[in-house]
Structures are given as C-alpha cells and as structure tokens.
Design a protein around this ligand. Structure first.
Ligand SMILES: Cc1ncc(COP(=O)(O)O)c(C=O)c1O
Length: 453
C-alpha cells in the first residue's frame, strides 16, 4: 500500500514538474524523486535505498552528508548568510585559494578564479585565453563536454550540443576513441592517439588553424560525457608538447575527474604533465556551487572585471571545499579510488566476457564506462539497450547513467568512499540487468522517455 501511494506521489511530482520546469534543464534515466542521501546511498521518497554509482554526476566524491563538511558548512552559513566576494574579502575564501594553488600541479605563479559551475569556469577560459594571447582561436575535441554557458557550450563537442551553434572561434578535432577510432582501420588505442595527434599537428595546424591564431587547447584527460574514453598517459604528454612548441596554453578540464577520482588527486598527474590552466568544479565543494580556474597570474589578473559573479564564491562553498580536500586526504580517498577502481575494472571485464552486449569496458580509478553494443562483431551501438539496462539497474537498486556520442556507455562514478563490497553489489545488479535486457524482459515502451542525450 505504502509503495503504491509513493509511486502515485512520484508521478504527481513529475507531472507538476513537467508543467512548470523547462525540459532543457534535465536528462532523466528513470522516474526517481530523491529525498535524502547518506554515504554512498540515495533514498527516494518511498524510503527505498539505492547504491549510487553516479554520485550526482561525480559530485559526491566523499559520499553524501559527511558530518565534518555538514557541520562546517552550517556553522559558516550561520555566521554569514551572504557575502559578495566581488567587493568584500573573506579569510575562508582566501584560504581556499591558497590551498588550491598549493595542491594544483605546476610550478608556475598561479592564481585562482572562482565561479559557481564547471560551465562558468570554462566560460572564463573561452574569454580570457584569446584576450591574453591576442589570438582568437581555441582548439577542443569532438565528443568533449565543457558546459552550457555560451563560451563553454562553444568549446564543447558533444553530440547532444550539436543543435545550437556556438562561437566560431573554436576548432574541433578528433579525440582518440580507440574502440571507435574516427580514423578508419585503426583499432588500437595507442595507434588512434598517434593518428589524432598527427591530424592536429600536421593537418589542422598547417591548414585551417595556424598556430599563431591559437591561444589554447582544452582537453578532458578522460572524455567522460563523450563515452568515458580513456587515453594512455602518452596522449596528454603529446598535447603538452604541441602546445609548448606552438606557444599556446594547455587547459585541462578536470571538472569531472579531478579531486581524487582517477586514483590521483588530479588526472593529469598520471601523465606527469603540468597544465597551464586547470579547471575544477563538481566535487570541489561536495555539492555546493563552486568552480575554480587555476591559471598563470598574468592571465588571472587581466582584463579586470571579466570573471565577476556577485555570489561566487559563497564562504560556505569555500568552507565545504576546504573540508572536502581535508576529508579526501585524511580518509585516503585517492588511494582508495585507485585500489577499488582497479577491482571495479577487473570485475567489469568479467561482465564483458559473459555478455555479448558488453562491447568494451574502460576506466581509471573510480570512473568507468561500459560500452553497450548490439553485437561484439558489428559494434553497432546498443542505444535503446543501454537505456533499458540503466533503467533495470535502477529498479534493482543501483543508480547509474549513460553517456557517449552514441548514448550507449553506462558510466560509473561512485563516491570514492566505496569498498569492494559495494563493487560486488553493483556488479551483481549490472549482471542481472544486462541479462534481463538480453532476455528481452524490459519492454521498449518503458524507456521511451529516457532514451538518448
Ligand atoms: C568535464 C566537464 N566540464 C564541465 C562540465 C560542466 O559543469 P557544470 O554542469 O557544473 O556546469 C561538466 C559537466 O558534466 C564536465 O563533465
């Protein structure tokens, strides 16, 4: 009885939402109304508990409701409910900037620009690099996702963002997606990287985008929304070399994979590359709005009044970030992400062995992608099947979402606090969900509303 009435309540809330909230603000994979979160779990309004392998899109790195963070945020907010850092300074915010400069890779004189979201952070990149270098163009990658404000939207190369036309100064080049290399006949990840680097260096830079028109190149170390594509560590080193040789800046967007997720505090550290600009967001303040661009001081200082947001950052967000960093270090979550992530990948490989629909599995630390295909031989993307697996896993108590330029990669980004027992539980559910879809147990009708983004 209680379940029936909570289902009715879910439908009622979603119907009300549909009437008053624009559809362009969400992508949904199942009809879930969340009530609360604790550790690696979310609870819906019926009280049902779900193991969250999405972590609100890689935000809840330290899990939900960490007492240390909650207490510090509440106390900070009680003291000061509003502050415009544009005009008034605040020690918590200064302390956070000092901490970020200290932990970010790179020995250059750095400064921090704060904002609310990954989108506005990358918008800063889109504005400031061409201004500083006096060169209009920026290079980015097909399949990338950098945000939804005009500048960050323009930098992005995701299929879902191909309907609106962005700014014309961004040159988009292929990302080394080894499983589906854009260059025909190449199946190996490292060969695909070589081909992509060669295309950029010896074709694009010699034809439509001469280096002296380029101010920077922006890259995700793992192209997550593009399908959780994981290049080798060599790829970033090659990009760094090209940037250095041609005198433009390397911008690394770690909005999703930064803050410990890949088994290093920052994913660039796997390549031993020092980015000129590092972009952070999402997990930085454990769910409160906060972004940070960490970049050379001379770019951060000019032009004046060019990255100014009345509410960024709120001292409570800055406090949340300071405590998040503290928790990540104290609880050794970076190390945990590496250890549990390796186990996760190993277990996912077993799913690949037993399920015809699992075409590829890839990941680093606690970010992984399961690429769903209609058959291993043809590699035809199983877009509808992916939506069904994600939906079925939700029914079985596991939260995931899908990504990819063909909407066929199940993305796993659990909180970094999970242990092997959580991986076992997730794998068991995924195994059953994939098996159920293979056996045709989930009708197409059910995921009609939830297919494709
Ligand atoms: C790599 C990357 N950059 C930027 C963004 C945009 O961040 P936000 O949604 O906080 O604006 C995202 C969001 O998914 C992302 O994954």
């Amino acid at each position: 009885m209680a379940i029936i009435s909570s289902k009715a309540k879910v439908n009622e809330i979603l119907e009300r939402e549909l009437k008053v909230v624009g559809r362009s603000v969400h992508i949904r994979f199942y009809p879930m109304v969340v009530e609360r979160g604790e550790g690696p779990y979310l609870y819906d309004i019926s009280g049902k508990k779900y193991l969250d392998f999405n972590a609100s899109w890689a935000v809840a790195n330290v899990g939900y409701g960490h007492p240390k963070i909650v207490e510090a945020v509440v106390n900070t907010y009680k003291k000061l409910t509003a502050l415009s850092f544009t005009t008034f300074s605040n020690e918590i915010i200064v302390e956070l900037a000092e901490k970020l400069v200290e932990i970010a890779p790179g020995g250059f004189g750095k400064k921090v620009l704060f904002g609310h979201s990954g989108s506005d952070a990358n918008d800063g990149v889109a504005k400031m690099l061409p201004f500083y270098k006096k060169r209009p163009r920026i290079v980015s990658f097909i399949g990338s996702y950098h945000g939804q404000t005009m500048g960050s939207y323009s930098l992005s190369g995701h299929k879902a963002q191909s309907r609106l036309i962005g700014l014309p100064n961004v040159v988009k080049v292929p990302y080394p997606y080894g499983y589906r290399c854009p260059f025909k006949g190449i199946e190996e990840q490292s060969e695909c990287e070589e081909a992509c680097i060669d295309f950029l260096e010896n074709y694009i830079l010699r034809t439509i985008a001469p280096p002296d028109t380029i101010s920077g190149l922006i890259v995700e170390p793992i192209q997550s929304d593009g399908g959780d594509v994981v290049p080798t560590s060599h790829f970033l080193r090659e990009l760094k070399r090209i940037c250095e040789e041609n005198d433009f800046l390397l911008v690394v967007d770690e909005v999703k994979v930064g803050m410990g997720r890949t088994g290093k505090m920052f994913a660039v550290e796997h390549s031993n590359v020092e980015p000129d600009v590092l972009v952070l967001g999402k997990p930085l303040a454990s769910g409160l709005p906060l972004s940070a661009v960490i970049l050379p001081a001379e770019i951060a200082d000019a032009p004046e009044v060019s990255h100014l947001f009345t509410l960024a950052p709120h001292p409570a967000s800055a406090m949340a970030a300071l405590k998040t960093i503290e928790v990540i270090l104290e609880e050794k979550l970076v190390e945990n992400a590496a250890i549990v992530g390796e186990y996760l990948l190993k277990e996912l490989m077993k799913l690949k062995d037993v399920h015809e629909m699992v075409g590829d599995v890839r990941g680093k630390g606690l970010i992984a992608g399961i690429e769903i295909v209609k058959s291993k031989k043809t590699k035809e993307p199983g877009t509808r099947e992916t939506a069904k697996i994600v939906y079925r896993a939700w029914e079985l108590g596991l939260l995931t979402a899908y990504t990819g330029i063909h909407s066929n990669v199940i993305e796993l980004t659990p909180p970094l606090i999970i242990g092997k027992e959580h991986v076992d539980q997730a794998i068991e559910i995924l195994d059953q969900a994939i098996g159920d879809i293979e056996k045709g147990r989930v009708p197409d009708e059910i995921v009609k509303r939830f297919t494709g983004w």
